[in-house]
Design a protein. Structure first.
Length: 490
């Protein structure tokens, strides 16, 4: 390789000494040195400077600000003397050179950005070099090494020194724009519509940056529910939807999607014992689904950094297929992400499963904000719910970690009365009932009210539907629940 370094060649670490001097000189030059120092500290920390002398001078300036003293030749000399560092930074001669710099205080941010950029590059090189050394030694397996590398690079990306404090008048303009757009809508849905009016009335649609947790006991129907939501969003909103399934294979997911879209008994799709109507419905369902932007990943034991990497790559691919005008209008094209389910995501945190789930939960929330897309994460509930007379789930039923409740913007539980009627120990429900009411209980809703939306669940076809108008408790199977929170249709 012609561009490879030879054994005696050396590449200098990224640095810009002139920019470092310009930052320090601009602080000296500004009549309000404390204000200039605050602007620099919003972007830089001492270790961002390449030269040790500049690190020390910046630390001394920071200490002067903390002590509410001005930054000038005399105060800086005094502070460096007290730190026993004056001669190490070049003495008064070098401080005089900095104070006489022609660097403009108005360009301080520009100089600081240059210094920080070089610092990030140096840290990146250090991280990659360290990883290469471990890789050559073979002391870590590749999966752990990749995850650690991803975490360190993510930390670099998160700490890029962005002084992104925003004045309220700027945020008010964004608020006004959002309000104007909402006012133009004919309904109260401002995010992605789920296809279920009762639920959308409570949530106002699933919005960007949100982490939505859907919890239920096994076999209640949470996978079927989120697949219906994914299908509805991809079909009606025409947005890309990504489903990560850690429990079911991609073909099984498609079977449920086809069953729900075509209203076909899933058993017929599995056994091939199809009626003529089934075949007709199948053709239409497959054509409909083929036109949707639904992406499936059934990698078992996937890690959160792998999910992040796949989503970033997909976002990049989607952007590359868009025109410049489309990219400007929609720089974050992912419409929705579904993870089924949270408890199966693997982690390198071996201290406890609770800490591992807490770390995963925080990562999902951060990813939702980074991609500006709602992420629906499914969660299992503890068996404690089975011991209560009222078996409707509550927040404390979330298994393994209270941080899930803390990180989530919405926590919703699925509850079916028939699941606990004539059931065995594990609650398999009454299989004779095909279409049953199901409650979506919002126990936490940062952007709206708590409440319950009621839907119908057709078990053979895995299809969720809005509750039929005029449906009353008298029409429900024995044991149905009549309490109304959202009110529609009951």
């Amino acid at each position: 390789m012609d561009n490879a370094l030879g054994p005696n060649e050396y590449r200098q670490s990224p640095q810009d000494i002139a920019a470092e001097q310009a930052v320090l000189g601009a602080i000296f030059f500004d009549v309000n040195s404390v204000s200039a120092m605050a602007a620099a500290q919003a972007i830089l920390e001492p270790n961002d400077f390449y030269r040790q002398a500049h690190q020390t001078i910046f630390k001394a300036m920071s200490q002067l600000v903390d002590e509410q003293r001005p930054i000038d030749m005399l105060t800086l000399q005094d502070k460096l003397n007290s730190m026993q560092q004056l001669e190490n930074v070049g003495g008064m001669v070098y401080l005089s050179e900095l104070s006489e710099s022609t660097a403009s205080a108005a360009n301080l941010r520009h100089y600081a950005d240059i210094v920080h950029e070089k610092s990030v590059l140096r840290r990146m090189i250090e991280t990659l070099t360290h990883t290469m050394t471990i890789a050559y030694n073979g002391s870590e397996d590749s999966e752990n090494l990749l995850e650690e590398l991803g975490r360190q690079l993510d930390n670099l990306a998160e700490n890029r020194g962005d002084d992104s404090l925003r004045q309220i008048k700027e945020v008010l303009r964004e608020f006004q724009s959002n309000l104007d757009n909402a006012a133009e809508n004919d309904n109260d849905v401002v995010g992605l519509a789920t296809g279920y009016p009762d639920l959308d009335h409570l949530t106002h649609g699933f919005r960007e940056d949100q982490m939505i947790v859907i919890g239920a006991r096994p076999a209640v129907g949470k996978t079927a529910f989120v697949l219906n939501v994914a299908k509805n969003a991809a079909k009606s909103e025409k947005v890309p939807v990504v489903v990560f399934s850690l429990e079911m294979g991609a073909v099984d997911l498609v079977t449920r999607l086809v069953a729900a879209e075509g209203a076909i008994d899933a058993n017929h799709l599995t056994t091939g014992q199809m009626t003529s109507n089934d075949w007709q419905s199948l053709t239409l369902a497959m054509q409909s689904l083929a036109n949707m932007k639904i992406y499936l990943d059934d990698t078992p034991g996937i890690r959160i950094n792998q999910i992040s990497a796949k989503l970033r790559k997909l976002e990049k691919d989607l952007l590359s297929d868009m025109t410049e005008e489309q990219r400007d209008a929609n720089p974050h094209p992912l419409g929705m992400v579904i993870i089924d389910y949270l408890g199966l995501i693997e982690s390198t945190n071996t201290e406890s499963r609770q800490q591992a789930v807490s770390e995963i939960s925080r990562s999902i929330k951060k990813l939702a904000k980074e991609l500006h897309t709602p992420i629906l994460a499914l969660a299992q509930l503890s068996r404690g719910v089975e011991q209560r007379q009222d078996k409707r789930p509550i927040l404390s039923d979330l298994r393994e970690s209270g941080s899930i409740e803390q990180d989530a913007d919405i926590v919703a539980f699925l509850y079916r009365e028939d699941y606990y009627r004539d059931e065995g120990e594990d609650g398999n429900g009454n299989d004779e009932e095909t279409a049953v009411p199901i409650e979506v209980i919002l126990e936490k809703n940062r952007a709206g009210a708590r409440g319950t939306a009621r839907l119908m669940f057709n078990k053979p076809t895995f299809k969720f539907s809005p509750m039929a108008p005029g449906y009353r408790q008298d029409d429900a199977p024995a044991g149905g629940h009549a309490d109304v929170s959202s009110g529609a249709g009951w």
